[in-house]
Ligand binder design. Structure first.
Ligand SMILES: *Cc1c(COP(=O)(O)O)cnc(C)c1O
Length: 521
């Protein structure tokens, strides 16, 4: 691919460069290796280990036993190891480079946390072990709960929810239980346009009718519209607000919003997945929030993406604390116990618990990582996390907004993520998708695209605090180079990107809608 003079390197060999395409016998491109499926590599009449014959036993499967070969491919151990290692090299990872996905807080995961989580006393325990043998684990959960309450300024926390969206469900179930207990039959949840998509989904899942509250020109909740709706708010159970919101902006009217919702008899659920931007700086409890989940896997680090693991503890105000789910850890003297059933006769602090969210107690490995992260950063370190995350995002915003369209670029600084739109590409026939694909050729995982929905062709970049200025400059340079070329060169070149990735442009919609999940050999 010929690249503009502003770029510092030239990659040749892509078809449109006119350079001679290189043919290889293997299909490999240097160290980028082609890899067939396991089913194509292995054979069912081959296996990698010798096992003794299975002794004959009387079947207890009542006629349901398999009659044909299971058909799994047999491979030797080195073939198997190579298969997965080769596949892993076709993936992008935070350990390879910056992961600019907005909304996801893909930050470096300190290795110290991993070491702590692998300590046998944490890694090898079982949820059904006698309580006396897991006192240390319960102490850790209790300590983490203490710091989550301290950092948020909230009196209660439920540790068991297993992801952000699961935490939302937990918070909304507590709100519903509180309304039920008060005999109120409120059925509406208000969700601003700038909320994360999981918020309306959660409210609907809880059986509520979702109503939108518009965003104002600054990308914030339209306070006047919210107040107007609350004037007739006797049907409003709650408002779900993401703060900082999905435009990467802080909601400055939070105290006023909470007061207005409370005056109308509703509760305020805050989506706290973006806590990374304000940890150590703002305590949500001081703003009047009633329930908020914290994504441990974002703010307090844990390798995530690809579906897990997650952990979404929910902090509660005093008003909602009695409705928090079970189980919870209680310390009596030096002894920790796990309260797993309603004990109205023993305790009055959870006498209206709405029940359980999960079979056991939550994600132990993530609790260990989060506490390790909190304690190793300390008071000043956690505050600096938020400050540096916001500084890095503003550096990205300031470095790109002369070239990229920044819809709220003049509405003051952003928080942890910088939002752009594809308005600057108007007339080129190219879109956010084309830019993202070209960024893959530059060796970066693309930013979040087409979210939030309030902005056309959105591009959301969250660098996080763990990126150096050098790595931000590299990303900014690549984005500027791609954007400049898109504005000046033949659009068709960009419609074909990526050229250098293991696979070219895929039909992602078909892949998502009609996934082929089983091998049809
Ligand atoms: C990530 C995120 C969620 C959902 O969290 P999961 O752990 O993926 O369920 C919800 N809201 C916001 C703002 C987020 O960034």
């Amino acid at each position: 691919m010929t690249v503009s003079a502003s770029n510092h390197r030239v990659v040749s060999g892509a078809p449109e460069a006119g350079g001679a395409p290189v043919t290889t016998f293997t299909g490999n491109r240097a160290l980028m290796l082609e890899e067939p499926l396991l089913f194509e590599k292995g054979a069912i009449d081959r296996w990698g280990v010798d096992l003794p014959d299975v002794p004959a036993v009387a079947t207890r499967l009542g006629g349901l036993e398999r009659t044909a070969e299971i058909g799994l491919p047999g491979l030797s151990e080195p073939d198997t190891v190579r298969h997965y290692t080769r596949l892993s090299r076709q993936n992008y990872a935070i350990d390879m480079g910056i992961f600019p996905l907005g909304s996801c807080t893909m930050k470096h995961n300190p290795r110290l946390n991993e070491k702590m989580a692998r300590l046998p006393g944490f890694a090898d325990i079982h949820p059904l072990q006698p309580i006396d043998t897991v006192q240390g684990a319960l102490a850790l959960i209790d300590q983490l709960a203490h710091w989550l309450k301290t950092l948020t300024g909230m009196p209660e926390v439920a540790m068991s929810p297993k992801a952000g969206a699961h935490g939302e469900l937990c918070g909304m179930l507590a709100i519903r239980a509180a309304h039920d207990a008060a005999g109120s039959d409120r059925r509406v949840v208000l969700v601003p346009e700038s909320a994360h998509g999981t918020n309306p989904a959660t409210a609907a899942f809880c059986g509520y009718t979702v109503e939108d509250i518009p965003a104002d020109a600054r990308g914030r909740v339209d306070l006047a519209a919210l107040k107007a709706r609350l004037a007739n708010g006797s049907d409003v159970a709650a408002v779900m607000i993401t703060n900082p919101n999905t435009c990467g902006l802080f909601e400055p009217d939070m105290i006023e919003i909470c007061a207005a919702v409370h005056a109308a008899g509703g509760y305020v659920y805050c989506d706290g997945a973006n806590f990374n931007a304000i940890v150590g700086r703002v305590r949500p409890g001081d703003l009047g929030i009633d329930a908020m989940h914290i994504n441990l896997h974002k703010t307090f680090s844990t390798p995530h993406g690809g579906g897990g693991p997650g952990s979404g503890p929910v902090v509660f105000s005093a008003a909602l604390a009695p409705f928090a789910p079970l189980p919870f850890v209680r310390k009596t003297g030096d002894h920790y116990e796990l309260v797993e059933e309603e004990q109205a006769h023993v305790s009055t602090d959870h006498d209206h618990s709405f029940g359980r969210m999960v079979a056991f107690h939550g994600q132990m490995g993530m609790f260990v990582r989060a506490l390790s992260y909190i304690l190793s950063h300390g008071n000043d370190g956690l505050r600096q996390v938020a400050e540096d995350a916001v500084l890095n995002a503003n550096y990205v915003l300031a470095s790109l907004k002369d070239l990229f369209s920044a819809p709220f670029g003049d509405a003051g600084p952003c928080m942890h993520e910088a939002l752009f739109s594809d308005a600057f590409l108007e007339g080129t026939g190219l879109t956010t998708l084309d830019l993202a694909k070209a960024l893959i050729d530059e060796g970066f995982h693309p930013m979040t695209m087409y979210f939030p929905l309030v902005v056309h062709g959105a591009m959301l970049i969250e660098p996080t605090e763990t990126e150096s200025k050098a790595s931000l400059d590299q990303l900014i340079g690549a984005l500027r180079s791609v954007a400049n070329r898109m504005l000046t060169e033949d659009a068709n070149i960009f419609k074909g990107a990526p050229y250098l990735a293991p696979r070219r442009r895929l039909d992602e919609t078909a892949a998502a809608r009609k996934p082929v999940l089983s091998w049809q050999g």
